[in-house]
Write a protein that binds this ligand. Structure first.
Ligand SMILES: *Cc1c(COP(=O)(O)O)cnc(C)c1O
Length: 371
C-alpha cells in the first residue's frame, strides 16, 4: 500500500483505452508496417470513406491536424485576404489562427450564456459587406444553433463552415453535422472523442470541387506526381494514423453512448446544487467535455486535485485577451459572457472508460467542494 491511498482519476484515461484495445490497435499499426504503405494509399482512403459515412458527408479528406483542417476548409471554400470570418471568443486558439492563416480577418462574437455556444443575434449583428463565412464551434461536442446560423448565412449569401473538432458524431435535429453547410473540420488530436496516436484531422464536405481542391492543397498543390497547380501544403494524414482511426471509428458510436451515460450520471448527482452548461435545445452532443460552472473555481479545482481528480478549464482565457490576438483590438469587457465563463468553468473527467464508481467519486468531491 502506498502511504497516500488516493485514487488518480485523469481527465481522459487514454492509457486505459489503449490497454483495453491493445491487440486491435497494435494490429492496426502492424497492418501498415506489413504493407509498407505509409503515405496516401489504401489505409487513408478506407478511413476517409468510413469517416465521411459516419458524419453523413459525401467526402472526407484527411489532413495533418485539426488546425490544418479548419485552415484548409476555409481556403478550399475560397476564403482569403480581404474577407472577414465570424467565430467566437470562447474557443481553442486554433479556430482563430486558421482564419489568420487563410489570410482573412477574424471577427469575434460572444456566446450564449446558457450553452456557451455562438450567439446567433450577436453573429448577425457582426455581419458586414466583407463577411465571407461563419465559423461556429461545436464546443464540448454540443451543436450550435445551426438552424438560425444557417438561415443567417443563407440570407446574407455567405458560407457556413463548421469547426467540428470536438463533435465527432454530434447531430442537429436528427441530422449528422456532415450533411450541413459548406464544409466541416475535425481534429483527431489524441484526447478528442476520435483520437489518433498523434496529430491528425479531416475536412468533410458534400461539394466535389471543394473535395478536389482539398486533396490538392493538402499535398503541395499537386496535379501529378511532380506537377503542381498551386502553392499548397505538406498536410497529409499519415496512413499509420488512418489505420488506427479506422479501428477506433468502429467503436465510436458505442464510446459516445457511454460518454452520454456518464454525463447523465453527473447530472443526476450535481444538477440540484451545481450549475451545468446546458445542452443544445435542437441537437444531441457527444460530451467531449462535461462542463460545470462554480464560483471559487480555482479553490474547487485545488480540492479536486487533492483528491487525485484531474480537471481542466476549456478555456481559461477568451481569445481576445491573449497576447497573440491583441491585434484584434478587443478590450477586456467586450465579450462579457465568454469572459465570465472563463473564470468559473471546470471540465470534469469524462471518457468512455471511466467507471460509474469513478464518476460517483468525482461528483461527491465536487459537492463537497462546491455544493
Ligand atoms: C482541437 C481543436 C482544434 C485543433 O485541432 P488540432 O488537431 O489540435 O490541431 C481546433 N478547434 C477546436 C475547437 C479544437 O478543440
Amino acid at each position: 500500500m502506498s502511504p497516500r491511498e488516493v485514487q488518480q482519476i485523469p481527465l481522459v484515461n487514454l492509457r486505459r483505452l489503449n490497454e483495453t484495445y491493445h491487440d486491435e490497435f497494435t494490429e492496426a499499426i502492424l497492418d501498415v508496417v506489413g504493407k509498407a504503405s505509409f503515405i496516401n494509399g489504401p489505409f487513408v482512403e478506407k478511413f476517409e470513406e468510413e469517416f465521411a459515412a459516419f458524419v453523413g458527408a459525401t467526402y472526407a479528406i484527411g489532413v495533418a491536424s485539426g488546425t490544418d483542417a479548419v485552415h484548409l476548409a476555409l481556403r478550399a471554400s475560397g476564403v482569403g485576404p480581404g474577407d472577414e470570418v465570424i467565430t467566437v471568443a470562447n474557443t481553442f486558439a486554433a479556430t482563430v489562427e486558421a482564419i489568420v492563416h487563410a489570410g482573412a480577418t477574424p471577427v469575434l462574437v460572444d456566446v450564449d450564456d446558457r450553452t456557451l455556444l455562438m450567439d446567433p443575434d450577436a453573429t448577425e449583428a457582426a455581419i458586414t459587406p466583407r463577411t465571407r463565412a461563419l465559423l461556429p464551434v461545436h464546443l464540448s461536442g454540443r451543436p450550435v444553433d445551426l438552424g438560425r446560423l444557417g438561415a443567417i448565412a443563407g440570407r446574407h449569401g455567405i458560407d457556413l463552415i463548421q469547426d467540428s473538432a470536438q463533435a465527432h458524431g454530434t447531430t442537429y435535429e436528427g441530422r449528422p453535422l456532415g450533411a450541413i453547410g459548406k464544409a466541416g473540420a475535425y481534429s483527431f488530436y489524441p484526447g478528442k472523442n476520435l483520437g489518433a496516436f498523434g496529430d491528425a484531422g479531416a475536412v468533410v464536405t458534400n461539394d466535389p470541387d471543394i473535395a478536389a481542391r482539398l486533396r490538392s492543397l493538402r499535398d503541395h498543390g499537386r496535379t501529378g506526381k511532380y506537377d503542381h497547380g498551386e502553392i499548397g501544403y505538406g498536410s497529409r494524414l499519415d496512413a499509420l494514423h488512418a489505420s488506427v482511426l479506422s479501428r477506433k471509428l468502429a467503436h465510436l458510436a458505442e464510446w459516445n453512448r457511454r460518454r452520454t451515460e456518464v454525463a447523465e450520471r453527473y447530472v443526476k448527482h450535481l444538477a440540484d446544487r451545481v450549475r451545468i452548461v446546458e445542452e443544445s435545445p435542437n441537437g444531441t452532443g457527444v460530451f467531449h467535455h462535461f462542463v460545470i460552472r462554480v464560483p471559487d473555481r480555482d479553490q474547487v479545482r485545488a480540492a479536486l486535485a487533492e483528491d487525485g481528480i484531474q480537471t481542466v478549464v476549456h478555456y481559461p482565457k477568451p481569445i481576445h485577451l491573449m497576447e497573440a490576438f491583441h491585434f484584434l483590438g478587443l478590450p477586456k469587457g467586450s465579450m462579457p459572457v465568454s469572459e465570465a465563463a472563463a473564470l468559473d468553468m471546470i471540465s470534469l473527467p469524462i471518457d468512455p472508460m471511466i467507471t460509474d464508481d469513478e464518476v460517483d467519486i468525482v461528483a461527491a468531491a465536487v459537492l463537497r467542494a462546491a455544493g
